[in-house]
Each structure stands twice: as structure tokens, then as C-alpha cells.
Design a protein around this ligand. Structure first.
Ligand SMILES: [Mn+2]
Length: 316
């Protein structure tokens, strides 16, 4: 952490890069880190792969996207990004920088920068960034609400098993520093577009339950998305919803995107989702992970069901 802190302070300018399809923790962590750099007078740009998700717009923040052709910086910081591939088309911005820093909490992160702080015990990257403020002796102030948002989104409102006593202590500190907990939770959890609910209904209606009720698998095709009017970001909670059915150990959502298939997996106790997804090039956390594959969605659905069955066989 100390090495990271001094590397950050020495940055002449910086580009902050969250993983592609940036979620609440990724966006919020970048915003908070930017506020820290600003206090030290370091100019920075947060560069995203795609425009910020509409449900995270309440966070504010200025973002550049790929098309803005951000120049290669002195220091590049990969945030909440489990491996270099998740930087997508922005990889040259990272690779070309003089100093490459990595701040992350994904257990599969093998460290791909000059200085890497990877702490899988942290519930969110925001928890690590909050530690950075502490270490630097900087008050949270305008970073309190973004950091709190990172904690809330990656822990599902402090419900997931990655929530630790430390997470709650950091959350308490952030609230004391002015984080607007009620407002944040309302924006993150309680305001759903109708299209998202329509998609949810269709997915839950069509899902497959197998392995004696231990596995729930569903698919979202491009056709279903356009039928319901839902957007890609409206699918992100569905694997958790499948996992949340009583008795279900593993919830999997497969969805078509840009000619590929995105697999998203949630598990409760038995399967290590990160290890499972790693076998076809993905990664993530023990209870939540994902992968991207090529091929036919219904073929992959059967394949995933088969492989989960085999994995249960090894664990039970
Ligand atoms: Mn995260």
C-alpha cells in the first residue's frame, strides 16, 4: 500500500481504467481515486470502455470513452479489474504508460502492473481505496458517497458473504464523513425500469431447474432483450435472482452479446464460481464469477449444466 501511495503521488498525470462493463464498485472507486489525485494536483482522466450505466449516473463524475482518444498517460491505474484482458480496447493506454498500477480485490488477479495492490479479503475495491485515504491521512469528504456506493453495490447492500466486520467499519466511517446511505441505496436498489422487470418475468418463467433443484439456469437472447425493451445492464442481477431461489446452490445466466455468450454465475456454498469459470477463460470471486465464450447459447446451456453436475460430483 505504501509503495502504491508513493507511486500515485509521483504521477505526472494519470488515466484511471475500470474493467469493461464497469459496475458500481468500479465506477465509484475510480471517482473516489480521482478525487484523491485532484487533491494532490495530479491531472487525471477516467476512461471507460462504454458510456456509464444509467443507474450509476447519480454518482456524477466526468468520463472519457474509447472514442475520445485519450493520450497515453504517465501513470495508468487499472481499478477493480481482475486481468489485463478486462481493460478491453483500452489495453494500449495501460501498456503504453510509464508507470502501471493495479488496485483490485478479485481473487483471480495475478497482478499485471509495476505496483499491484490486490486484496481478495476486501469486499470491494472501494474498501481498498478507503484504506488509501486513511494511509494518506486524507479526509473522505467528497469521496465518502462514491466509496460507500462501491461497498453497497459489491456487497448487495452488505448481504453477501464478502461483507466483513472491516467492511462495516469502513462503511460506518464513510457515513460519519457524510456518505448519504439512504439516498444511495434507493438509487441502487429501489428504482427499477419497467423493461427490467418485464425481462425478469420472462427469464424466471423460462428458466431450467435441474440437479434436484440445486441449479437454476436461464438464457437471455438478443431477441428477448428487444422484445422486452430491456438493456444489457438490466441483466446483471439475474444470476443472483436465480441463485436466490430456495434450495438453489448455483444460478447461471447465459446471455447473447455482440455475437458472443456471456456467462454469469452465482453460488452459495459448494461450487467455487471463480475456479469453475476459469476453466473456460473467465474469472471473478468464489461466489460470483463470469466468462465469455463463443458458440450457440442453447448448446452452451446444456454444456454448463453438464459441467456443473460434474463439479457437484467432485464436491459432494
Ligand atoms: Mn469490485
Amino acid at each position: 500500500m505504501k509503495t502504491l501511495l508513493s507511486a500515485l503521488k509521483k504521477a505526472e498525470n494519470a488515466v484511471i481504467l475500470p474493467h469493461k462493463s464497469a459496475d458500481g464498485d468500479a465506477i465509484a472507486s475510480c471517482i473516489a481515486l480521482g478525487k484523491l489525485l485532484l487533491r494532490w494536483g495530479i491531472p487525471y482522466t477516467i476512461c471507460l470502455e462504454e458510456p456509464v450505466r444509467s443507474d450509476l449516473a447519480f454518482l456524477g463524475g466526468d468520463f472519457a470513452v474509447l472514442e475520445d482518444r485519450v493520450p497515453v498517460p504517465h501513470t495508468a491505474i487499472a481499478v477493480d479489474c481482475g486481468d489485463a484482458a478486462r481493460l478491453g480496447e483500452r489495453l494500449p493506454l495501460f501498456e503504453g504508460a510509464k508507470v502501471k498500477l493495479v488496485i483490485d480485490h478479485h481473487v483471480t488477479n495475478e497482478g499485471f502492473g509495476d505496483v499491484c495492490v490486490v486484496d481478495p479479503s476486501a469486499a470491494a475495491t472501494a474498501e481498498i481505496i478507503a484504506g488509501l485515504f486513511d494511509l494518506a491521512g486524507e479526509p473522505f469528504e467528497d469521496a465518502a458517497s462514491p466509496l460507500y456506493t462501491g461497498l453497497v453495490t459489491d456487497t448487495g447492500g452488505f448481504r453477501f458473504s464478502n461483507t466483513t466486520p472491516k467492511t462495516l467499519r469502513v462503511a460506518a466511517q464513510l457515513m460519519e464523513a457524510g456518505a448519504e446511505s439512504g439516498k444511495i441505496c434507493l438509487a441502487v436498489f429501489e428504482e427499477n425500469p419497467l423493461e427490467k422487470i418485464r425481462l425478469e418475468a420472462a427469464v424466471m418463467h423460462e428458466m431450467t431447474i435441474c440437479h434436484n433443484g440445486k441449479t437454476a439456469v436461464a438464457t437471455v437472447t438478443e431477441a428477448l432483450l428487444s422484445e422486452t425493451g430491456a438493456s444489457d445492464e438490466d441483466t446483471s442481477h439475474l444470476s443472483g435472482l436465480l441463485r436466490g431461489i430456495r434450495g438453489v446452490e448455483t444460478g447461471v445466466l447465459l446471455r447473447e452479446k455482440d455475437g458472443q455468450i456471456k456467462i454469469s454465475m452465482r453460488t452459495s456454498q459448494v461450487l467455487d464460481a471463480a475456479a469453475f469459470c476459469k476453466t473456460f477463460g473467465g474469472g471473478g470471486h468464489a461466489r460470483a464469477a463470469g466468462a465469455t465464450v463463443e458458440g450457440d447459447i442453447s448448446v452452451w446451456k446444456e454444456e454448463i449444466i453438464k459441467r456443473i453436475g460434474e463439479a457437484y460430483g467432485r464436491h459432494c
